[in-house]
Design a protein around this ligand. Structure first.
Ligand SMILES: Cc1cc2nc3c(=O)[nH]c(=O)nc-3n(C[C@H](O)[C@H](O)[C@H](O)COP(=O)(O)O)c2cc1C
Length: 330
């Protein structure tokens, strides 16, 4: 079956994504703010929210955890949980604001897998299937899911799992090329992901360790995937997805932003967090991002230490100016 309309598009159910690149879901990271900023650089990529607890959504449908301004399209909203009924109800709550509902079947963290959510669903394919069927019945938009190679190196069931999810009705899958046992150690196995080729009729995104336009291209070639999903590399470079799209679509290699450009991005990201969350919460929330923008520079450790302990906005801006000025003197 033909899964792509042309080489730069991916068809997910009845939705055409004019890109081969998606922003992978990152809890605590791919919030409304980061998604909006990435959208400024790429009008075409598929954005994904952080995982959203189905229980929390059903208990408090009006809470802000799934905030959007309605201008994110195309955007997948990812739900997390293991009870088909709650997953179906949470998908329904999100349907109006989402282009796609994505189901988390890959999260490796203890709290999640001990509750039978995330990657533990790979050990319980029947339940995973029941969830997909229930979600499919409750919404009209396409449903996708994201998982790993398997629970452990001797139980890599991603090919059968993908086939089962397709049978249950998902319109695309994303595979992170690690097992649950690996957590985030080692390297993502793009070659292993290529085993999906010819085994499913729906598009698949390869994910894990893509850090540049060149590695995105290499991953596509090795994994034979229809698209790539970019996670951690979106932290610290708001233009990464745009740069990858330019390279894949037009063979144009835009260099990595300079330190000065990265500090400008950081400042924009910080300012947006503050306007979204308020000054104190925004500054505290942003602390995890400093190391991703400021790395591989002389004295980086000292700057990062000063930034993560600073609560005064003007002082933060002074430190950022100092970083740029000192880099210019080197
Ligand atoms: C901080 C963090 C949060 C994550 N949150 C989610 C999540 O909410 N849902 C999900 O499916 N995967 C989540 N992941 C996994 C990523 O989507 C991705 O599969 C993984 O980081 C590998 O891709 P990368 O090397 O491009 O980051 C998370 C990963 C990290 C590091």
């Amino acid at each position: 079956m033909q899964t792509t309309e042309n080489k730069n598009q991916i068809k997910i159910g009845n939705v055409v994504i004019n890109s081969k690149v998606s922003l992978a879901p990152l809890a605590g990271i791919t919030d409304f703010v980061l998604r909006q900023l990435i959208r400024e650089y790429s009008s075409t990529c598929l954005l994904t929210t952080e995982m959203l607890s189905s229980e929390a959504l059903v208990q408090r449908p009006d809470a802000n955890i799934a905030y959007t301004n309605g201008k994110e399209e195309p955007a997948a909203f990812q739900i997390e949980g293991h009870k088909p009924d709650l997953m179906a109800r949470s998908a329904k709550i999100l349907e109006d604001r989402a282009t796609i509902i994505d189901i988390n079947m890959g999260c490796p963290i203890k709290k999640i897998v001990n509750g039978n959510d995330g990657c533990s669903l790979m050990k319980n394919p029947q339940l995973a299937k029941d969830i997909v069927v229930a979600v499919k019945e409750s919404v009209k938009i396409p449903v996708t899911c994201k998982f790993r190679l398997g629970w452990s190196s001797d139980t890599k069931n991603f090919v059968e799992f993908a086939q089962l999810m397709q049978e249950a009705g998902v319109s695309a899958v994303t595979v992170h090329g690690r097992t649950r046992s690996q957590m985030y150690a080692g390297t993502a196995d793009w070659n292993e992901i290529s085993k999906l080729k010819g085994e499913i009729d729906i598009p698949y995104f390869a994910n894990g360790d893509i850090i540049s336009p060149e590695t995105a291209k290499e991953c596509l070639e090795i994994s034979k995937a229809d698209g790539v999903a970019i996670g951690r590399a979106s932290m610290g470079d708001l233009s990464i997805i745009h740069r990858i799209e330019k390279y894949l679509n037009e063979d144009i290699l835009i260099p990595e932003p300079t330190l000065e450009e990265k500090i400008k991005m950081l400042k924009k990201h910080l300012d947006f967090q503050i306007s979204f969350r308020g000054e104190e919460t925004g500054i505290k929330f942003f602390r995890k991002f400093y190391p991703t923008y400021i790395r591989n520079i002389r004295g980086g450790g000292e700057y990062r230490h000063r930034l993560v302990t600073e609560l005064n906005y003007n002082n933060i801006v002074s430190i950022l100016n100092e970083i740029v000025a000192n880099a210019g003197n080197e």
